[in-house]
Design a protein around this ligand. Structure first.
Ligand code: DX5
Ligand code: ZN
Length: 252
């Protein structure tokens, strides 16, 4: 009888041990999951000091940011111009971070060879600039880049329903594109939430990136709503300690 009780309590210990091990396993995988949830940070070169780009690129290379965001504007799709090919060639040579290219141009597919030649990791085209979005996305992926589709603040998320499974990234504009240093549009947080639901419910692997007026304060709201990547221009380049801002955004 006593022997039986010992055997039973031995079995009990065994099961408690198993329970402890599995709890630890679940906890550690949860911690890993949380680490995996850190935001990708893509500082926007548009806010760099164009009088000393080399210095700012050095800062980017030595920082913990994942990508460098490059805004290309044509003065037609948006009321501004940004970088041309010679500057971009120089940036691509000096930058050690993968390039996240955002094309604010009409006929963005005309620039596919140029963006590919830069060695870009991601090519973002605006939904509003592509009459044949499926063809554009296919061509970007065939060229070996991640295909990103960008939505202006007034373009609804649900318009991506029939292409979301093909996308590597969706870039949500949280300002009207064309200029750095603008005020964040709060409704973007709802759009991130809606896009997160669309992505999760369709099994799409698309990353959610947000661009415009992002700083640690607005980034916190975006991360909580389900963003994966944050573009930040002024918040990074105009701060006295850009590395600290990048680290703070990554930790959101
Ligand atoms: C705006 C650009 C942004 C801009 C972000 O048209 O697409 O990438 O540089 O700059 P901040 O973070 O200063 O709003
Ligand atoms: Zn941008």
């Amino acid at each position: 009888m006593a022997q039986n009780q010992q055997a039973i309590s031995g079995t009990g210990h065994f099961y408690s041990l198993l329970l402890c091990i599995s709890t630890l396993f679940v906890l550690s995988s949860h911690i890993k999951y949380k680490n995996d949830m850190a935001q990708i940070v893509s500082p926007s070169l548009l806010s760099a000091n164009f009088g000393n780009l080399q210095e700012d690129l050095k800062m980017i290379n030595s920082s913990s940011c994942e990508w460098l965001h490059i805004d290309i504007m044509d003065g037609v799709f948006v009321p501004n111009l940004s970088f041309g090919p010679p500057v971009l060639k120089y940036v691509a040579e000096l930058c050690e971070k993968p390039l996240d290219v955002h094309l604010m141009v009409v006929e963005p597919m005309n620039y596919l060879p140029a963006v590919k030649n830069l060695g870009a990791k991601i090519m973002n085209v605006h939904y509003e600039a592509c009459a044949h979005l499926h063809r554009a996305v296919t061509q970007i992926k065939d060229a070996g880049m991640m295909a990103g589709v960008t939505l202006n603040p007034s373009t609804p998320v649900h318009l991506l329903k029939d292409i979301i499974h093909e996308l590597d990234l969706v870039l949500l504009m949280s300002v009207n594109p064309g200029f750095g240093g603008q005020k964040f549009i709060p409704h973007t947080v709802n759009k991130v939430r809606e896009l997160r639901e669309l992505i999760d419910s369709t099994g799409s692997k698309a990353l959610i990136e947000v661009d415009g007026g992002v700083n640690v304060e607005t980034g916190k709201l975006l991360a909580a709503a389900g963003s994966d990547a944050l573009v930040a221009g002024n918040a990074v380049f105009k701060d006295a300690d850009p590395h600290a801002v990048i680290s703070a955004l990554r930790a959101l």
